[in-house]
Design a protein around this ligand. Sequence first.
Ligand code: ADP
Ligand code: MG
Length: 702
Amino acid sequence: MPRPTILDPMFRSLRSIKGIGPQLSALLTRFFGAPEGQEAIALDLLMHMPTGVIDRRRMSGISHAYHGLVATLRVHIDRHQPPPSGKPHLPHRVFAHDETGEIQLVFFRAQSGWVERALPVGEERYVSGEIGFFQGEKQITHPDYIVEVEKFADLPLVEPVYPLTHGLSSKALTKAIRQITSELPILPEWVPPATLAGRNWPTFDAAMRSVHQPETPENGELWSPARMRLAYDEYFAGQLALQLVRSTMVSARGIARAFTGALTDKVAAALPFTLTKGQRGALDDIRADLASPDRMSRLIQGDVGSGKTVVALLAMAAVAESGAQSTLMAPTELLAAQHYRTLKPLAEAAGLGIVLLTGKMSAAERRPALAGLADGSIAIAVGTHALFQSGVEFADLGLTVVDEQHRFGVHQRLALSEKGRTTDLLVMTATPIPRTLVLTHFGDMAVSLLREKPAGRQPIDTAVLSIGDYPRVIERLQARLAEGTQAFWVCPLVEESETLDVVSAEDRFAELQKLFGTRVALIHGRMSGAQKQATMGAFAAGETQLLVATTVIEVGVDVPNATIMIIEHAERFGLAQLHQLRGRVGRGSARSACLLLYKDPLSETARARLDTIRSTEDGFIIAERDLELRGQGDLLGTRQSGMPGYRLAVPDVHRHLLDFAHDDAMAALTANPGLVGPEGEALRTLLYLFRKDLAIPLIRAG
Ligand code: ADP
Ligand code: MG
């Protein structure tokens, strides 16, 4: 079923919005983290929630506009006092009054002529901004708004404040969002009447207007009816999608597979180590699942480095014994290529054909791989999402393995369950997730845990140091690099902005390069896949020794010879992230070190985070501590945690609505499994609106 046309205005390109050109559109696409290869759309702006408001409703005249408050004044412009020539650092002052008093409007380094044009002498203007004092005189420095009297309506008296990123102005963003909210269609109501009853919830479009164009500051509060409704909508869409996935999973019959053990034995024999107890346990679980006639849906949880990949390979070998094929999906090209490199020799030792498929491959490169998958001569395909582009045919796909790391979401899982309707599913995740959350976010998946580390691993020495110790850190690093050691240097997270992350990494790189020359390399998310791969390849091969990186290295990369991890501004990283980053070292048999550099002053929770990381390497303990320190809300809400991020719901406040949404979704699907009729139509609209439309094909026919 195609997307209901009523949603078209929300799915249009950002460039169709007044004031948004290609550049701003690209910036917003990065800011909103649109899926690979896709552009942000109007919907992304609509779902960008303000974090608060500026109340400009104080309009009772200059004499009542008090220091530190934001006020809106209708003033008469009396005279200008530009900075004396040769003193450009002095401000341009504009003297104005109303019937209650006098005020100065102050501008620093204003473009010549601009102030005169904006505030012509003898005329009246509305100005709005924060009231200040200077030498006993009331003033507004750089008013936020200056509008002509007849354009008063353009001045937002209650102005939403949005999260911004470098290069994105609040004015441009607000204007674009206003345009979208004022053109919102009225959508069919999907909230069940019983849930709606007595709650005083507005319709979806009214809720969006109330949040983005609030008339009072209360309109947009997290506990306002509008925000409650929108949070519920988001949960409801998620729950509907998950339950659709779950019901197809449960209803789908798998194949009871029989194994000879021949191929798994060969792979096991090619391994330079013996399996840990956890690995053996996970494999037994998987084999039992595969042998049963039900479809497998299993989650393997284990820290980075706990050996999940090997388990996946042995599962794929088992499937090959029964004559079927497998795919291994990684979240990035880098990881897919790395998996391929690791698995290839082991698979080939057992005579298993294996290919790598990525989005960057040319048609000619793909052709032999595709042919081998279609005729069944290749048993294992490793790749990214590209694997699911049309044109990949399998002779007999039996098992799909998803390496979630931390980036995959429910969305991808939907894509998978759609594509591989009848295949068994194995998901690997490095984020330890409490059972209740597994239920809500992963559906009814069975779980295998890899708790212990493979034998021979050395503990990692973790130290917490102030950035003030930088010279000492460099001295030690110099000594260790001279011994041939390899090291990562992770640069600080800057806001939510990849652009600024890159800048900080580039600065650090430039400085380290002066000391270490060509032994240093730089990697960040803005580089092309090929560039990243080349840089990683050179580092893995030992051609470079020090890798300066943004958090792109968080996901994946296995360089056993790298034994030092330095994290700058460690206080800005979340616990899960620090844990994942540290997991990049300590992968070989040599002793590794992790240095957490922080900048004073440390907040109490930041100190607690760093202490936790220093005191343990157990991912499950760290996850529990994380839950304590941040509350479940944050764990659920943040991208780093690997859990699906919410845009409208703030779990700390809205968590209780999840239970309603869960029950309502269940009731809706039980009563109307085919989602037919007007109610069904409304629910489908909801799924599209929250981009859960991959679940649409899972709706059972009539
Ligand atoms: P994960 O996918 O859980 O992050 P990997 O499967 O990539 O972990 O394993 C990390 C490293 O540990 C790899 O180099 C792998 O060869 C090695 N390894 C896996 N299992 C064992 C084991 N049982 N004993 C020793 N080393 C192991
Ligand atoms: Mg792995």
